[in-house]
Design a protein around this ligand. Sequence first.
Ligand SMILES: Cc1ncc(COP(=O)(O)O)c(C=O)c1O
Length: 397
Amino acid sequence: MTLDEIRALDENYYMNTFGARLPVAFDHGKGVTLYDTEGRAYTDFFAGIAVNALGYSHPAVTQAIVEQAQKVCHTSNLYYIEPQAKLAKLLCDNSFADKVFFGNSGAEANEGAMKLAVKYFYEKGEDRYEILTANNSFHGRTLATIAATGQKKYQKPYARLLPPCVKNLPFGDLSALRAAVTPHTAAVMLEVIQAEGGVIAGTKAYIQGVRALCDEMGLLLIIDEVQTGMGRCGKLFAHELYGITPDIMTLAKALGGGLPIGAVLAKDAVASAFHPGDHGSTFGGNPLACAAALAVLTTMLKEDLPEKAAKTGAYLKEKLQAVAAKHPQAVSEVRGEGLLLGLALQPERKAGDLVQALLKKGFVTGTAAGNVLRLLPPLILEKTDCDALCQALDAVL
Ligand SMILES: Cc1ncc(COP(=O)(O)O)c(C=O)c1O
């Protein structure tokens, strides 16, 4: 089908939740290159919103998916599942966690994390159910995760449906957090680097302060690593950059390399609050998604992609800073860690315009918070790809 034919079908039959999409339909990809339906090639700096960490058609992931699909895609969690058990072990072996639960998305993982935190106190006979989150955060699109997402624009139409015991507080403000804690507070949930919110990193003092506050007040700390995790920020999990350990961590996006999977990870003492029937999912952790995720994580560890992301990210950041210095009328700041980078534009500029212009030049990029150009390339990106993007960016600016 041509792009126009696809667009006509979409406009007629798809709910208008995404507005006018970018004028391209990708047909296939290899490495960091995507090809559209008209055969044009693009270098990908967005990875399907931080999903395709290993790029496209990675042989290990493709082989795992094909082999599993030829055996069985789904059996349900009524039965034992080999790739699920292996993936759970590999995640625990490489994180602070002892136990894992698999769902299908980031929002579902965060819902699971909030349920687990509240159930933990329920088991202890403590009446704690409030969750404190940050303004400008993003945790998902389900009702509880919209409540957790500290952005009024997402909450307003559904305000009456949102759980009132989820409170949003200023990101970076430890005193406000302390003041909001009540005898009913169960947990704090945060992204250490707010990604959708504009690539805004929490300071070490703030994130370590939150950990200390949780310890002092007996609260659980949930770190949402849906976007920052799986090597993106230069460590397997971004909280490692801060020298802290969460009580619960959520993952999704890059974990499945393109197949839908989300995960809730916790230490035994917390995870054991879930008893049979407390949580579940039909599709979550199915053989196909787990086989893909197992191949993703195995490859990521074998090739030390978090370290590669740290090195390539540092190179790209420096190059972007040089471009930014040439265009102070357009760019105010380059920020982020590893390969989660943001080019903050001057207030009157729209990052969407830059995304359109870069697309025309053969580069896929994205936005965050309106006027931040967000870069989330596959972690296999090479320095030459960074050079090419920066040259195009310079020309476009
Ligand atoms: C930090 C964070 N948490 C949760 C989500 C929601 O994930 P999903 O869209 O898979 O539900 C996102 C999505 O962008 C995210 O960036």
